[in-house]
Design a protein around this ligand. Structure first.
Ligand SMILES: [Zn+2]
Length: 388
C-alpha cells in the first residue's frame, strides 16, 4: 500500500506536470528558467518535472531562441511534442460517408468516401464507416487511435460507435466545420468564431474562447432558424420566416430561375459570379445582406472576432460577403464590425473532416490556460522574464 505522504507527493507531481504542459500550450516554447519562475518552482523541482515530461515524450527540447535575445550559448527551449498516434475523421453526411486519417500535425494521409442514400440509418452509415476505417488504418494500433465522428443533427453521442475502435468523440458537422476553419483554415488566430454554412443547407457552428460551444441541447450556432425581417414563410421546424428557407443553394437557384430558366444548380450561379454577371452579383449581395441581418444580433452578443462564410460558395463568396458586411455594419453595435474579420472559408465540402481531425488532436493536447490568465500583458511579462 502506498503511504499517504507518498500518494500526496505523486498527486502534486502530476498536478505540476499538467501545469507545465498547459503553460506550454498557452504561451508556446519556454526555457526551463521561465517555467520555474512562472510556477514558482525551485530549479531542482523544475528539472525533475522537465525530465519526467521529456522521458514520457510529451515535450521536446531544442537549442533555438527565435527572439535571439541572448548572446553566446542560446537557452534551450521546451515545447509540446506533437501528439502521437493517428487521428481519424468520420463524416456521416446526407449523401456520403467519408473517412480521413491524419497524423498529429493534422496532415491528412489518406481519405475515402462512399456514397449513400438520403436518410440512410445511422447504424448502416457506421458499418460503412467501420469498413472504410479498416481499409485505411489496417496496420495501425487501435489503442493509439482517436476517432471523431461528424454527424448531422445535435452535437450528441450516438449508439454503436464502438465499431470504429479506439477513443471516439462525436460532434455536429457545422460545429466541426467551424473548428476546422479555426484550426487549419480561414479562421486561424481567431478565438470567438461563427461559421455559417450556406450552399448545402443553412447552418452554423460556434467557437467560443477557442472551443466548440455546443450549448445546452447541442444546437448552439445553428443560424438556420433565425428569423428574417419580413419573412412570412413556414419552416419545417414550425416557425415562420426562418433564414434557412431562403439562404441556401437550392433556394437561391429557385429564386434566380424565376428570371433565368437556364439556372439549374448552384454551380450555374457560381459560374455566373465568376464571370461577374451583374444581376447575379446583385442577387448574391442582397442574399448576403439577408444573412448578415439575421446573424447581426448573435455576432454582437457573442462579440465575435471572426465570421467564416461557407467556402463552398466559391466565386459566389465575394459578392455574398459584401452583402453580409453591409448588414453587419448597419445592425451591430457601433464599433463591433470594424474589429470583425469576415472571411470566405478555406474549405468547401469536407470542412467538417478537417474539424474532426482538429478536434481529435485538440483532445490529445493539453488545454490552454483560461483567458483571464492569458491577457496580452501577462504574455508579454512572461516573455520578458530574464534568462539567466
Ligand atoms: Zn425553422
Amino acid at each position: 500500500m502506498v503511504a499517504p505522504a507518498t500518494a500526496g507527493n505523486e498527486q502534486r507531481r502530476a498536478f505540476r506536470r499538467e501545469q507545465v504542459l498547459r503553460l506550454l500550450a498557452t504561451l508556446g516554447p519556454l526555457t526551463r528558467v521561465q517555467i520555474c519562475s512562472l510556477l514558482e518552482l525551485s530549479r531542482g523541482a523544475g528539472a525533475g518535472l522537465v525530465a519526467d515530461l521529456l522521458g514520457a515524450g510529451l515535450i521536446t527540447e531544442s537549442a533555438d531562441d527565435p527572439e535571439g535575445r541572448v548572446a553566446g550559448r542560446p537557452p534551450k527551449l521546451l515545447r509540446l511534442a506533437p501528439p502521437q498516434g493517428s487521428f481519424l475523421a468520420v463524416s456521416l453526411g446526407h449523401d456520403a460517408v467519408t473517412v480521413a486519417v491524419a497524423d498529429g500535425s493534422g496532415t491528412i494521409r489518406s481519405r475515402q468516401s462512399r456514397p449513400c442514400e438520403h436518410f440512410t440509418p445511422i447504424d448502416t452509415q457506421l458499418a460503412t464507416a467501420a469498413s472504410l476505417v479498416a481499409g485505411l488504418v489496417a496496420d495501425d494500433d487501435d489503442s493509439e487511435r482517436t476517432v471523431v465522428v461528424s454527424r448531422l443533427g445535435p452535437a450528441e453521442p450516438i449508439d454503436g460507435l464502438e465499431v470504429l475502435g479506439g477513443r471516439v468523440l462525436v460532434n455536429n458537422d457545422a460545429n466541426l466545420a467551424a473548428f476546422g476553419e479555426l484550426t487549419f483554415g480561414a479562421g486561424q488566430g481567431a478565438r470567438n468564431l461563427l461559421y455559417v454554412r450556406v450552399v448545402t443547407a443553412t447552418g452554423g457552428g460556434l467557437v467560443i474562447e477557442g472551443r466548440i460551444h455546443s450549448g445546452s441541447n447541442g444546437h448552439a450556432g445553428d443560424v438556420g432558424h433565425l428569423p428574417i425581417e419580413g419573412g412570412d414563410w413556414l419552416c419545417w421546424c414550425g416557425l415562420v420566416g426562418c433564414a434557412g428557407r431562403v439562404i441556401n443553394g437550392d433556394a437561391m437557384v429557385r429564386e434566380l430561375r424565376e428570371v433565368f430558366p437556364q439556372v439549374t444548380s448552384f454551380a450555374d450561379i457560381e459560374k455566373a459570379a465568376a464571370h461577374r454577371v451583374p444581376v447575379v452579383e446583385v442577387f448574391l449581395r442582397r442574399t448576403g445582406r439577408k444573412l448578415g441581418r439575421a446573424i447581426a444580433g448573435l455576432v454582437g452578443v457573442a462579440d465575435l472576432d471572426c465570421l467564416v462564410i461557407d467556402g463552398a460558395l466559391g466565386s459566389a463568396g465575394a459578392p455574398f460577403i459584401v452583402g453580409v458586411k453591409e448588414a453587419l455594419d448597419a445592425y451591430t453595435f457601433p464599433g463591433t464590425s470594424p474589429h470583425l474579420r469576415v472571411e470566405l472559408g478555406a474549405f468547401g465540402e469536407g470542412a467538417d473532416l478537417h474539424g474532426a481531425i482538429a478536434l481529435g488532436i485538440a483532445a490529445a493536447t493539453p488545454t490552454p490556460l483560461p483567458a483571464f490568465a492569458t491577457t496580452r500583458a501577462f504574455a508579454r511579462d512572461m516573455r520578458q522574464l530574464s534568462v539567466t
